[in-house]
Design a protein around this ligand. Structure first.
Ligand code: NAG
Ligand code: NAG
Length: 768
């Protein structure tokens, strides 16, 4: 879409009409005060901890013939350019990173860039259309110290051999210390070489490949080929419609990223698939304004947002977009940090959150309710929200509550130090024993949790595992909490049957304490725990002894495997586990992929993109369990749907010399954010191999309580080695029933974007 049509799209969709100076802060601050037309986005940006050197700086040494140009479109209104072959510009700087900004157009050509006298790469500034203040070259992760960048005009351009121009608008230097481990510049949209950090002699492998382009705060596998990544509004390098993007589709096969448009600020939303495969992304943040952030790209308030992402099954994912229209599709009330859970009728339950962005929750901003999408008439709610006392009793550390749909149709929830089972059909809570030893498990004392595999062998008796978090007192003021306060190493596990609850929590100890870990269910039923820090807590800019902006420190770089089926005392192992070099703290994610490896991305304990420790991390890592390099069975064909209790047939190719024990795992890969793996689930299915040795009869889960209807992946394990997963729609795919009366009532009784409206009232911000 061209800028003009994008603007009219904005105006039509969100009513961002003229008549005020409400967009002063928009578009990277490049809008003249008083203007209501957003200007073009210029990638020129000076992140925290960086320093800009204008083209006119005496520290830049020019050789050869250079000319000056003056325009308000240039950084500091000046630009220096040359068409002379071999003319060069060099800057000696002290720091860990360097960026070069300049123009791109048809006159421009190729420059050769040297770092510390060594040729680094060629940069082509030729472009069919004209762009100002572009980031032409960047390199981060240099050893902290003195370095020199030199750019030399090759004078070669597109059909202009020997005549092309290069220019310098500004250099931006990242002053140290950068993350010591951040040794590589990331390259957007291109394949990176695996870093070779895999550990020799071990069958677990870790590689680094690809870049997410937007910080990976929220992650969901949407098909066999793509992951959906959703971030907050910030200066990501990936752009869409001429401004930074904050959502993208990541191609799991080619590592290409495609930016997605998002209307509202999705910081920090939850998400879930519905029974028909549409993904809902729910809640977020108000527009962050100029004085707190430069990142304001024409987004609207996301606190009440419901963003719809319809099934996207084509290999290219080229047509898939996020749909948003708050006038028709929205929540009853603002929610920042809600958890979203698919339940047995295929609808989404939206749980808790705060009515306003902030940090640790409190009674003033708490939203201690649940609501549903699509809205329901239930317990007299007529589509409106339903109070949940548990969310009042669990203040303060209770955001992004942990929730799992249980096979008896009730909902397990954990928040702060407490747990309960909520019966949504009759609106009753059954409180469970408190977590042992004062451990808090939800934001900002974020731990992680999983529903352990459900199996017909024990009649789908549910059992939950909660790991990590913190024992820091959540009534303390931020200045009494340090990034160096130890995290918790406790895992708490309980069988959710009468006997199990009576027996209480079983405590086990992680080899290392972790706050903000991610727990990933594997098709084998084992759990890989990755990411997180050894000290501090979630969030940025709050506690004392921060590292950069990070409230947490001491990143845990090595994964640990947990085998829930092993005897107590033998469940954790890190033997042969490769370590990462990349800290993954606040806003990190991890998920199982359809192929069976684990994708790890994100880490951004910053208000906006930053290159200083702990900086914004765009690199992706992949952990391959041993089975990835073994002879694996293959699912050759499968039906599109798997209905409850119904037989289907899978075409199977066994690996040579195998075929003894066959198991089938039906998995929901979940929606991952803030350590919460909402909907993550493994259900073992009954299966038998037919006499032909290649047709597997599989029986669907017994009912929608055991696996809420919606998308899933089937992995077939032969002798414990899983195939790659194939996507299948569980249930009939029709999706949740829509109660139009409840929906109309919601629209009638609740205001759009209440938070923005209340601020408009105080005159602080005019939306339109
Ligand atoms: C799925 O259901 C939701 C809620 O009714 C609806 O908004 C969405 O359009 C449906 N998706 C598809 C693919 O039909
Ligand atoms: C409650 O939290 C909000 C959001 O973080 C904050 O602005 C407010 O000051 C807090 N109120 C109290 C009483 O702590």
């Amino acid at each position: 879409m061209h800028l003009r049509s994008f603007l009219s799209f904005l105006f039509m969709t969100y009513g961002l009409a003229s008549g005020s100076n409400s967009h002063e802060s928009a578009w990277n601050g490049h809008v003249s005060p008083g203007s209501d037309v957003p200007g073009r986005f210029y990638p020129y940006y000076v992140p925290p901890g960086a320093k800009s050197y204008d083209s006119s700086s005496p520290l830049i040494r020019y050789s050869g013939h250079w000319m000056d140009s003056y325009s308000v479109q240039f950084v500091d209104r000046t630009l220096r350019w040359t068409s002379a072959p071999r003319a060069s510009a060099s800057l000696t700087f002290t720091g860990t990173g360097i960026e070069w900004f300049g123009n791109m157009d048809r006159m421009h050509g190729v420059a050769r860039v040297y770092i510390d006298g060594k040729r680094d790469r060629d940069v082509n500034a030729w472009s069919r259309s004209s762009h100002k203040q572009q980031r032409l070259y960047w390199k981060f992760g240099l050893p902290n110290g003195k370095h020199t960048i030199k750019i030399v005009n090759t004078a070669h351009g597109h059909g202009r051999r020997g005549h092309a121009v290069i220019d310098v608008d500004a250099f931006v230097v990242t002053q140290g210390p950068g993350p010591q481990t951040k040794q590589e510049a990331f390259v957007m949209n291109t394949l990176e070489r695996p870093s070779g950090s895999s550990t020799e002699g071990s069958s677990w492998r870790m590689t680094q490949q690809g870049s997410t382009g937007v910080a990976a705060m929220q992650l969901a596998i949407i098909s066999s080929s793509h992951a959906l990544i959703i971030d907050k509004v910030e200066h990501n390098p990936l752009t869409v419609d001429g401004h930074p993007a904050w959502a993208a589709l990541y191609n799991l096969k080619t590592h290409a990223v495609r930016p997605l448009r998002v209307g509202s600020n999705s910081f920090c939303a939850g998400g879930s698939f519905l029974g028909n495969g549409t993904l809902v992304n729910v809640g977020g943040n108000p527009v962050v304004e100029d004085h707190t952030s430069a990142a304001d790209f024409g987004d609207v308030d996301g606190l009440q947002a419901i963003r719809l992402f319809h099934p996207c099954l084509s290999e290219s994912a080229g047509e898939c977009e996020i749909y948003e229209d708050h006038a028709r599709v929205r929540m009853t009330s603002p929610r920042w940090y809600p958890t979203v859970l698919r339940i047995s009728d295929g609808s989404a339950m939206v749980i808790g959150g705060s009515k306003k962005g902030g940090w640790i929750n409190n009674a003033t901003v708490n939203n201690p309710t649940v609501e549903y999408w699509p809205p329901k008439s239930i317990h007299g709610s007529k589509g409106l929200s339903i109070p949940l006392p548990f969310l009042m009793d669990t203040l303060n550390s209770n955001l992004f509550p942990i929730a799992f749909a249980l096979p008896d149709d009730r909902i397990f929830m954990a928040a702060n130090r407490d747990a309960m089972i909520y019966s949504w059909r009759d609106n009753k809570e059954q409180r469970l024993p408190q977590l042992p030893n004062g451990v808090r498990i939800t934001y900002p004392m974020a731990g992680t949790s999983l529903l352990l595999p459900l199996s017909p062998s024990n009649d789908y008796t549910p059992e939950v595992l909660l790991c990590g978090g913190s024992t820091i007192d959540d009534q303390k003021a931020s200045y009494e909490i340090s990034s160096q306060d130890s995290a918790s190493n406790q895992c708490s596990r309980m069988v959710l049957s009468d006997d199990g609850i009576a027996a209480g929590w079983e405590v086990e100890l992680l080899p290392e304490a972790r706050v903000m870990p991610d727990a990933v269910l594997l098709p084998t039923g084992q759990i890989l725990i990755v990411n997180g820090g050894g000290t501090g807590m979630a969030g940025y800019g709050n506690v004392i002894d921060r590292v950069g902006q990070s409230n947490a420190d001491n990143p845990i770089l090595s994964p640990v495997l947990y085998d829930p089926a092993a005897p107590k005392g033998q469940r954790f192992s890190s033997a042969g586990m490769p370590s990462s070099l990349i800290p993954r703290l606040y806003h990190s994610v991890a998920t199982l992929t359809p192929s069976g490896d684990i994708m790890i991305a994100g880490s951004n304990p910053n208000l906006d993109r930053s290159e200083i420790a702990y900086g914004t991390e765009y690199r992706v890592e992949w952990i391959a369990p041993p089975y990835m390099s073994q002879a694996r069975p293959r699912i050759m064909n499968h039906p599109a749907k798997l209905d409850f209790g119904v037989h289907i047939e899978l075409g199977l190719q066994l690996a040579v010399g195998t075929g003894q024990a066959i198991e089938v795992a039906l998995m929901d890969l979940g929606f991952v954010t803030h350590g919460v793996h909402a909907n993550s689930r493994l259900v073992r299915l009954t299966a038998s191999l037919q006499n032909d040795g290649k047709t597997l009869t599989v029986i669907g889960p017994p009912n929608a309580k055991v696996y809420p209807p919606g998308p899933g992946f089937i992995y077939v394990l032969v002798d414990g080695v899983p195939s790659a997963g194939v996507q299948i729609m569980v249930g009939d795919g029709t999706g949740p029933e829509v109660d139009h009366e409840a929906w109309d009532n919601l629209l009638r009784k609740t205001a759009v974007d209440q938070y923005e409206a209340s601020r408009k009232h105080t005159g602080k911000r005019k939306q339109d």
